[in-house]
Design a binder for this molecule. Structure first.
Ligand code: SF4
Ligand code: SF4
Length: 441
């Protein structure tokens, strides 16, 4: 695509980066076919190609964002299906990240939208605040219907709907410290404790630590870790995202210096995509660029890590039919497609892949709160495809997808690691019904 930026504009490294991306796009439109918002809404401006044109026009003219561009960029899930489809290697992720930061800097949103976003950025990345907010949400549940009737309050209704009925206790395993591996030491890794996942389902990381240590891997929970920054990054709050990235880079650099790390294990693929991008996000910061690149190079999804080490035979092969839902951040963001399915199959599960597996479930960070209608349409489509597989259980590797799919599916939805842990001698995951076992026998 031809671009028309002045040399003064290109002196800004963010603009220069976006210009390089824009020039790669050849307008072929292949990406429209796999874009969930185009497939759902049928509007070219809600397709990757349409958004690329809007971003190009805004950046080339050095204009502040307007209502039209904000509407169409806000509707983008950042699912990155377009990047998987694109034959020209257009890095839509970095382009839309730049557009979101530009919107945040130049556009004044309506008051309630501003307040909702500020509240999400204040609460979600901090486990203690999120836990307190979930307790408060119980009081708001009776008013969901009321909130859903007022357009500006719909995000509040969506938030209350997603809030779980009960909140698990804080896990002592998430506290900073070292979990020694059993038997011959096979490796040493750090684990990201994260934010929302540690409140909604702390058992995901507990299970990961338990399985890794049984396999002989030492697991470090480094002091000073926090939210990966993805939630605020996708809202265009660049400084907040970079502050989170720096905090984690510091924590993991200390862990590397104090005993070395083979990997930084991440159990939420949304976080994994962002941490693997820290090297790019902090490339302009001379104090952090190298350290961030090192951290990104060590980041591994738990399934990526397990697939690369020697695994014993599973303790029992359960033979249960599992629908594997590949989170967008897993398949498009990190290009991890094979490993989770192969691990499940090797552990004795019968893996089925739902139709339209490339389409997002509508969770996408805070998307199911900020865009509840499109999100619900995508969720229902996803659940229909999952249920058509005839599976007993749904497995996936991202807490956002777990919450989203579980809000409409009749099947239990669990993190992939819990099924693997079960097959390798751990307990049956909570929520998995005994009928699943009977059906498998
Ligand atoms: S990231 Fe997803 S929703 Fe956004 S343009 Fe690409 S395919 Fe469409
Ligand atoms: S598939 Fe790639 S090159 Fe083609 S329009 Fe989409 S982004 Fe541009």
């Amino acid at each position: 695509m031809q671009t028309n930026f002045s040399s003064a504009q290109l002196a800004d490294p963010h603009v220069a980066e976006s210009e390089k991306i824009l020039r790669k796009c050849v307008h072929c439109g292949f990406c429209t076919a796999t874009c969930p918002t185009y497939v759902t809404l049928g509007n070219e401006l809600d397709s990757p190609r349409g958004r690329i044109y809007l971003i190009k026009d805004m950046l080339e003219n050095g204009r502040p964002a307007d209502k039209e561009i904000v509407t169409h960029i806000d509707r983008c899930l950042s699912c990155l299906a377009c990047m998987t489809t694109c034959p020209s290697g257009v890095n839509y992720m970095h382009l839309v990240d730049h557009a979101r930061a530009h919107i945040q800097e130049t556009y004044k949103r309506p008051l309630l939208d501003r307040l909702t976003r500020a509240m999400l950025a204040f609460v979600l990345p901090y486990p203690q605040r999120f836990r307190a907010a979930l307790k408060l949400a119980k009081l708001g549940k009776p008013f969901i219907g009321l909130f859903e009737k007022v357009p500006a309050l719909k995000p509040l209704g969506a938030m209350l709907k997603l809030a779980p009925a009960s909140i698990p206790a804080v896990s002592p395993m998430a506290s900073p410290g070292v979990h020694a591996g059993q038997g011959t030491k096979k490796g040493r890794v750090a684990i990201l404790t994260g934010c929302a996942q540690s409140v909604l389902d702390p058992a995901i990381n507990d299970t990961t630590i338990s399985l890794l240590t049984r396999l002989g891997v030492e697991v470090v929970v480094p002091p000073g870790e926090g939210c990966c920054g993805a939630l605020v990054h996708h809202m265009g709050r660049e400084e907040a995202a970079l502050a989170s990235a720096r905090q984690n880079v510091d924590a993991w650099t200390r862990a590397i210096d104090q005993g070395g790390l083979d990997a930084i294990i991440i159990t939420a693929s949304g976080c994994g995509t962002t941490i693997k991008d820290y090297g790019f996000m902090l490339r302009l910061d001379p104090a952090y660029a190298d350290k961030a690149a090192r951290v990104s190079s060590l980041a591994r999804d738990i399934t990526e890590y397990l697939a690369a080490i020697d695994l014993p035979e599973p303790v029992h092969k359960l033979g249960i039919i599992v629908a594997y839902h590949s989170a967008c951040s897993m398949q498009h963001g990190q290009k991890i497609t094979r490993q989770p399915k192969e691990l499940l199959a090797r552990a004795g599960f019968i893996v089925r892949e739902p139709r339209e597996g490339h389409l997002c479930c509508g969770s996408a960070g805070t998307y199911n709160i900020l865009q509840p209608e499109i999100s619900a349409r995508l969720r229902d489509r996803k659940v229909k495809n999952i249920e058509a597989t005839g599976a007993e259980i749904v497995a996936t590797g991202n807490i956002g997808c777990i919450t989203q799919i579980a809000s409409a599916a009749k099947l239990p939805v669990v993190h992939t690691i819990k099924l693997l842990d079960w097959a390798y001698g751990g307990p049956k995951p909570e929520g998995v019904r005994d009928e699943s076992l009977i059906a498998a026998e």
